[in-house]
Design a protein around this ligand. Structure first.
Ligand code: BDR
Ligand code: CA
Length: 316
């Protein structure tokens, strides 16, 4: 494999898809999962990742606990909204057989710092939840800002309204202060925001093809995904299908030609009275600086969705 990858997941239905995609990709050596709060509480998302790895036959991948709440609050009110999309258990209320493995004793923050020093340019850090863990790691060891080869994140939005408030996307909304630290400090950052992920829709036509494989994992993944497609329909998010937010970020980390990007130094609004708290936007103070981040602006959605489907048919 060309890349060592750490997935930082708040597993979550589309996180579960990102996990399957990474497990299946020949260019990715998945060296660990950090569990985040977000779609559910950290202990639940950690267990979901363990159970899915077991289901996918990837039980050698260690799972680490990340932060259990944001750097500024332990209020989980928005989690109730996530549960309407991802189910009470984060996986569409589908029961995945329990893995017998436990979460690693090492903290996810320390695991990330160690991996940054060990793998440097070869390391891809891929958060598909809040940015709390990377912010905490940067605070502990600022050197990782330059060491990590690439940070590609699902979160934010440049050009479309957010999905939590008109200005805020869910992952950034969980911890805008941490996200701002990451945007300000982390080098070689790519933001894959809602502008592009909402164009990548999967439908029940594809999940029917998963079911037709006849395996247990295909059936469970199809049940999980159908819950998410139904939620998109019932909540009127999109009547045509459900968005492949998190797997798109994984795909572009190793195959950047799926997207077009705009080089842009960004920040996250942390002013709570401004009305756009949690917004990802260009940083006025850094207009003349060398750019350290890129924002995705377009995606070749047909090619990505078709390649994603082929990957799922291989993995399941
Ligand atoms: C993001 O929020 C989470 O609910 C999803 O898993 C995805 O990472 C989309 O805004
Ligand atoms: Ca997620």
């Amino acid at each position: 494999p060309r890349y060592k990858m750490i997935l930082d997941l708040d597993t979550g239905i589309d996180d579960a898809l990102a996990l399957a995609y990474a497990v299946g990709h020949e260019d990715i050596d998945l060296i660990g999962i950090i569990a985040s709060y977000g779609n559910n509480l950290t202990p639940v998302t950690a267990q979901n990742s363990l159970d899915l790895l077991n289901l996918l036959g990837a039980s050698d991948v260690p799972v680490f606990y990340g932060a259990s709440h944001s750097t500024t609050t332990d209020d989980f009110t928005v989690m109730e909204v996530s549960k309407t999309i991802h189910g009470q258990n984060g996986l569409g209320d589908v029961t995945v057989p329990k893995s017998e493995r436990s979460v690693s004793d090492q903290s996810g923050i320390d695991f990330l710092i160690e991996a940054a020093h060990q793998y440097k340019d070869d390391l891809v850090y891929l958060p598909t939840g809040p940015l709390t863990n990377l912010a905490l790691a940067l605070e502990k060891d600022p050197a990782i800002a330059k060491l990590i080869g690439q940070t590609t994140l699902m979160g934010g939005a440049l050009t479309v309204p957010g999905n939590v408030t008109p200005f805020t996307e869910a992952n950034i909304n969980q911890d805008p202060e941490a996200a701002n630290t990451v945007f300000q400090e982390q080098q070689k950052l790519t933001m894959v925001g809602l502008d592009v992920t909402l164009r990548t829709l999967l439908t029940k036509k594809e999940t029917a093809e998963w079911r037709a494989l006849g395996t247990k994992k295909a059936e469970l993944y199809a049940d999980i995904m159908d819950y998410y497609i139904d939620a998109y329909y019932n909540l009127d998010i999109d009547k045509r299908g459900a968005a492949l937010h998190d797997p798109l970020a994984v795909a572009v980390a190793v195959q950047p030609d799926y997207i077009d990007t705009l080089p842009l130094n960004m920040k996250v609004t942390t002013d709570r009275v401004s009305g756009d708290y949690g917004r990802t936007i260009g940083d006025t103070d850094k207009l003349l600086d060398e750019t350290t981040s890129k924002a995705a602006v377009l995606v070749d959605q047909e090619r990505f969705v078709s390649d994603f489907q082929n990957m799922m048919l291989k993995v399941l």
